[in-house]
Design a protein around this ligand. Structure first.
Ligand SMILES: NC(=O)c1ccc[n+]([C@@H]2O[C@H](COP(=O)([O-])OP(=O)(O)OC[C@H]3O[C@@H](n4cnc5c(N)ncnc54)[C@H](OP(=O)(O)O)[C@@H]3O)[C@@H](O)[C@H]2O)c1
Ligand SMILES: *[C@@H]1O[C@H](CO)[C@@H](O)[C@H](O)[C@H]1NC(C)=O
Ligand SMILES: *[C@@H]1O[C@H](CO)[C@@H](O)[C@H](O)[C@H]1NC(C)=O
Ligand SMILES: *[C@@H]1O[C@H](CO)[C@@H](O)[C@H](O)[C@H]1NC(C)=O
Ligand SMILES: *[C@@H]1O[C@H](CO)[C@@H](O)[C@H](O)[C@H]1NC(C)=O
Length: 320
């Protein structure tokens, strides 16, 4: 009896310890660079939750001035409070940015360009996945609209400031989903037919084509731009997927996903590597996964498609 009382808790204890260690192991290493960001300014889009929040927090810990660019100011202020507490850095600001509205993007950029002396790092992190078909304020299919067109306009409007702050960096959150992506130039806006999965994959391919075309245009500017796959990460990104909301999934899928998906902190490491590592000082137009450069598939290396998408993006965003 007495021995059971001791053995059972210690077995449970060991099991929990094992699970925690396992999770830490499968989730991958932390970025180990020691770079500090004193007197540097970084902007992170979608910084109120998930990978963006962890990224903002780690950059704040390194002393940066952090601008959290979010669409919901209540959520943004809550996340800011946590980040300030954990990082001991009060130089963290909330600014309103709705990437589903070109007007909002223009207002945000105008304010940043007027008030900020510099931008050292821009992290295009915000994203929406597999939502039912809906559109941005300007009528663009939401996933391509937020994930690509919104960040396209934002980046271009902030580019002069990034150039005058050089060496500076742009980091674009793409995804392994780009591998299955196809640019459907005949129906970019999914007006003839909409499939939530292919629209997401297309938007993440667009992120890479944008990264590669922009890096060409930035040659010699000391502004680099690289794309990231963060891993499969346990965030709110799955919020639109049916199975995620069901009762069965809370019972079975949640423990499973808790075990095998990366935590948001683990998911932020490749972004941090691209923001910070001295090794990447002269590296641009590349794709990273697991804190290493990764190969791109033919669709992502299609320079013609990248240029075509760029030209369409200039027209749709009325950049020129
Ligand atoms: N999680 C993964 O497994 C995974 C895998 C590959 C790639 N990624 C990429 O990683 C990035 C971050 O995703 P996450 O997993 O951290 O997702 P998340 O937890 O859902 O966070 C997404 C962020 O984007 C913001 N956002 C969405 N629509 C916006 C809009 N119109 N304007 C401004 N902000 C908007 C969200 O704001 P609200 O909170 O207000 O909605 C939220 O802050 C995304 O680009 C995603 O495609 C994630
Ligand atoms: C990574 O850093 C966190 C704290 O920021 C720590 O809790 C965790 O154990 C570290 N993970 C690894 C694999 O070193
Ligand atoms: C989108 O990409 C994912 C991940 O690569 C893949 O499983 C899925 O089948 C793709 N969807 C479509 C419609 O191509
Ligand atoms: C880029 O950096 C190099 C090396 O630091 C410097 O010589 C060059 O003038 C810089 N170019 C621009 C456009 O700032
Ligand atoms: C990057 O380029 C600059 C000048 O072009 C050079 O001085 C520097 O050593 C390079 N850095 C790395 C890490 O390759």
């Amino acid at each position: 009896m007495v021995s059971k009382l001791i053995v059972i808790p210690s077995v449970i204890g060991a099991a929990i310890g094992g699970i925690v260690l396992f999770k830490e192991f499968v989730g991958g290493k932390n970025y180990s660079g020691k770079e500090q960001l004193l007197r540097k300014t970084v902007i992170v889009t979608g910084a109120n939750t998930g990978i963006g929040k962890e990224t903002a927090q780690e950059l704040a810990k390194r002393g940066a001035r952090v601008i959290m660019a979010c669409r919901n100011m209540t959520k943004c202020m809550e996340a800011r409070r946590e980040i300030v507490t954990n990082s001991f850095n009060k130089n963290v600001e909330c600014e309103e940015l709705d990437l589903a509205s070109f007007h909002s993007i223009r207002m945000f950029s105008k304010k940043i360009n007027a008030n900020e002396k510099r931008i050292d790092v821009l992290v295009n992190n915000a994203g929406v996945m597999r939502c039912p078909r809906s559109t941005t304020k300007e009528g663009i299919e939401l996933q391509l609209g937020v994930n690509h067109f919104g960040h396209f306009l934002l980046t271009n409007l902030l580019l002069d400031k990034l150039k005058t702050s050089a060496p500076s960096r742009i980091v674009v959150l793409s995804s392994i989903a780009h591998v299955r992506g196809e640019m459907n130039f005949d129906d970019l806006n999914s007006e003839k037919s909409y499939d939530a999965g292919s629209a997401y994959n297309q938007s993440k391919l667009a992120n890479i084509l944008f990264t590669r075309e922009l890096s060409k245009q930035l040659q010699g500017s000391n502004v680099t731009v690289n794309a990231v796959h963060p891993g499969i990460v346990n965030t709110e990104l799955m919020r639109h997927m049916g199975f995620y909301k069901s009762y069965i999934s809370t019972l079975f899928l949640y423990p499973f996903s808790w075990m095998f998906l990366k935590t948001p902190r683990q998911g932020a490491q490749t972004t941090l590597y691209c923001c910070l590592s001295e090794d990447l000082r002269n590296v641009s137009g590349k794709y990273f996964s697991g804190m290493k450069e990764d190969e791109l598939v033919a669709n992502a290396l299609d320079d013609g498609a990248a240029k075509r998408l760029w030209d369409i993006s200039e027209t749709w965003t009325k950049l020129r």
